[in-house]
Design a protein around this ligand. Structure first.
Ligand code: ZN
Length: 309
């Protein structure tokens, strides 16, 4: 399929929809509808209304969810409260056209590789460090999905057997130490245990979000914050460096809310990558370029390439 496709970004709070040309150009501004707390049937009605208004073409949906190996069933979408829901079949019936689902970070990677910071490269590794640590890879021009559709889950490599409990239910995953939610939990634990020093302790107590506070304290050379950033950068750097060494991407994209708000953490991460990546596999590093359009574009690309798309 070479015509336009409809890209959908299904977040926990908003549904965003746009029509995309094959080169990744978004036609017009994406629509945005609030969906927090709404039923599956309500969301289906909103989606159908938006999609029909945008004309023909297959639909690709990027969602923060664990999908079935064939990508048709949402096994678990914690932000939406969906479990074992055959979303592709239901929406295919409701919309009267093909619907393909894709993990959100895979969609961002595919979007950036097509029309963003990875454009021109057949091999792109994308790491989104936000509330969790999501990773996607395009290898030889194709999204790397794996036999079960769960390739490149770098956030779930085991780093501390028997350690902190991860959102996936296992103990000791990387994400349980470095994800934005995990950092909040770790600092709270340290606060409870009296390990957070005085100037930072007061600020942490009234914080909206921990990352900028830790970043500011690390820049002021507060030992606790600098040590935490060193440890977290070492953990992420080691994992990402191994992925770069193994996949040999042409470009490494590093983005997400944690890095956006912590430049000194990004510098620490860069230092670890410089040291650990196998020298012949060293590659350019860039920030993603498409912002919140990357997922929509990637979903549309996926819809076009999916069977029936
Ligand atoms: Zn995990």
């Amino acid at each position: 399929m070479t015509g336009p496709a409809i890209g959908v970004d299904l977040g926990g709070s908003h549904l965003r929809v746009a029509r995309c040309a094959p080169d990744g150009t978004v036609e017009g501004a994406p629509t945005k509808d609030a969906i927090a707390g709404r039923s599956f049937e309500d969301i289906t009605a909103v989606l159908a209304h938006r999609v029909q208004a945008l004309g023909d073409g297959p639909v690709g949906v990027a969602c923060a969810a664990m999908l079935s190996p064939d990508g048709t069933v949402v096994k678990n979408a914690p932000n939406l409260g969906w479990r074992d829901l055959p979303v592709a079949a239901r929406w295919r019936a409701a919309l009267g056209r093909d619907v393909a689902l894709l993990n959100d970070v895979d969609a961002i990677c595919l979007g950036e590789a097509t029309a963003g910071a990875g454009r021109g490269h057949d091999d792109v590794l994308c790491v989104m460090w936000g509330s969790g640590l999501g990773t996607g890879a395009v290898c030889g021009g194709r999204l790397l999905r794996g036999a079960q559709g769960v390739a490149m889950e770098l956030g779930h490599v085991l780093v501390e057997p028997g350690g902190r409990t991860c959102g996936c239910g296992r103990q000791g995953c990387l994400e349980a130490y470095v994800g934005g939610h995990a950092l909040e939990a770790r600092v709270q634990d340290d606060l409870d245990a009296g390990r957070v020093p005085a100037p930072l302790r007061g600020a942490v107590g009234s914080r909206p979000w921990i990352v900028p506070l830790i970043e500011a304290a690390a820049e002021d050379r507060v030992g606790y914050a600098a040590s935490l950033w060193d440890e977290v950068a070492a953990r992420v750097g080691l994992a990402v460096a191994h992925a770069v060494t193994l996949l040999n991407p042409g470009v490494l994209l590093l983005g997400g809310g944690v890095l956006d708000h912590a430049p000194s953490l990004g510098r620490r991460l860069a230092t670890v990558l410089d040291e650990v990546v196998h020298p012949p596999a060293r590659c350019a590093r860039r920030a993603p370029a498409l912002g919140d359009r990357a997922g929509i574009i990637g979903a549309a690309v996926h819809a076009r390439s999916a069977p029936g798309g």
